[in-house]
Design a protein around this ligand. Structure first.
Ligand code: ATP
Length: 327
């Protein structure tokens, strides 16, 4: 029988994502409901090594769900990857009387949690990343907000490329995963969408859809490129200019996609996930990642979760190929 959890530390780590604050709020309020104390560790593993914490009570997370970013700040810590850093972090947990940790972040954050589980702490991970690239979960906190932010920018760009009859190449986030590019591409009605999961055949995937669109009477073109696509947006734009002589402009959306007010989908997913994380701990569970599968919230063993792989949603990919006219 595992020891009952009396005090939880919650932190955010890796890249920030809209909705992380709603997850923090849910962790704090669920803890209070279950008679568990909760403190916030600031700046991820960096803060855990340095004892950078704040007490969190009911009032301190009031009004937090609608705020972008993370009230606990986030960081990447090289020091934590070394055994010495992990020992310091474990010592901080002991000093603060923590029995358990909830880490909100991506795969790297979950790997870090496993190191602390080896030191005797109960740990739970919550998938928070705009990339939607956590394999065990069909959804990650921040994805919907990031897609909506990108869409808003792309809609504005479309007005100007339509007026000037240009081709726009827009780079969206996704170094290794094309989920944002694919979803945004489908939602904005892109002429072509390029993702890092698929090797690009310029003639088939870009030039031919532009040509077909031009022949149908269209005079402006929107090409969405995930940042991890070889050559990036500038490489793609050069190929388009070389092949079509269209007036082609590049826009890199960049970090703007990480900010802003979280959408209702992100607030709700984050709230359920925070609630679920604390319930898992109160049931004596550890080393689990909270996950969304369809409409259900569940959890996976962290080792199992890290061994899983996630491809693009095949249905969305097929719809995109169909609507852009790629054979
Ligand atoms: P994102 O998807 O936004 O990149 P992430 O959680 O994957 O989020 P990382 O930078 O990979 O982001 O990891 C966050 C932190 O977790 C790292 O800075 C490091 O402190 C810790 N971490 C990552 N990998 C490991 C590992 N293998 N062992 C111990 N700690 C790790």
């Amino acid at each position: 029988m595992s020891k009952p959890v009396r005090r939880i530390g919650v932190f955010t780590s890796g890249g920030d994502a809209p909705g992380m604050n709603a997850a923090i709020r849910a962790v704090v309020r669920t803890s209070i409901h279950l008679g568990i104390e909760c403190i916030g560790i600031r700046r991820g593993y960096h803060g855990l090594i340095n004892g950078d914490f704040i007490p969190l009570d009911f009032k301190s997370v009031s009004g937090l769900s609608r705020r972008g970013g993370t009230m606990l700040y986030t960081a990447r810590s090289e020091d934590f990857k070394a055994k010495e850093g992990q020992a310091k972090a474990a010592a901080t947990c002991k000093l603060l009387g923590l029995d358990a940790l909830v880490g909100i972040g991506g795969d790297g954050t979950f790997r870090g949690l496993l190191c602390l589980a080896e030191q005797g702490l109960s740990v739970i991970g919550i998938p928070g990343t705009i990339d939607n690239d956590i394999a065990c979960s069909t959804y990650t906190i921040g994805f919907d907000s990031a897609c909506n932010t990108a869409l808003e920018c792309i809609d504005k760009l479309r007005d100007t490329i339509q007026s000037h009859e240009r081709c726009s190449v827009v780079e969206v986030m996704g170094r290794h995963a094309g989920h944002v590019a694919l979803n945004v591409g489908v939602a904005c009605g892109a002429t072509a969408v390029l993702v890092p999961e698929q090797e690009v055949d310029y003639e088939k995937d870009v030039v031919e859809p532009i040509r077909r669109s031009r022949l149908s009477g269209q005079t402006h073109f929107m090409v969405i490129v995930a940042e991890g696509v070889e050559g990036g947006a500038y490489g793609v734009a050069k190929r388009i200019t070389d092949e079509t002589a269209l007036d082609t402009r590049v826009t890199i959306l960049g970090h703007v996609q990480r900010g802003g007010t979280p959408t209702s989908r992100d607030r709700i997913a984050a709230t359920y996930m925070g609630y679920e994380a604390v319930h898992l701990l109160s049931e004596g569970q550890s080393c689990r990642v909270v996950a969304k599968q369809g409409n259900e919230y569940t959890s996976f063993d962290i080792h199992e979760a890290l061994a899983m792989t996630k491809g693009l949603d095949p249905q969305t990919y097929t719809v995109m190929r169909t609507l852009t006219g790629v054979q």
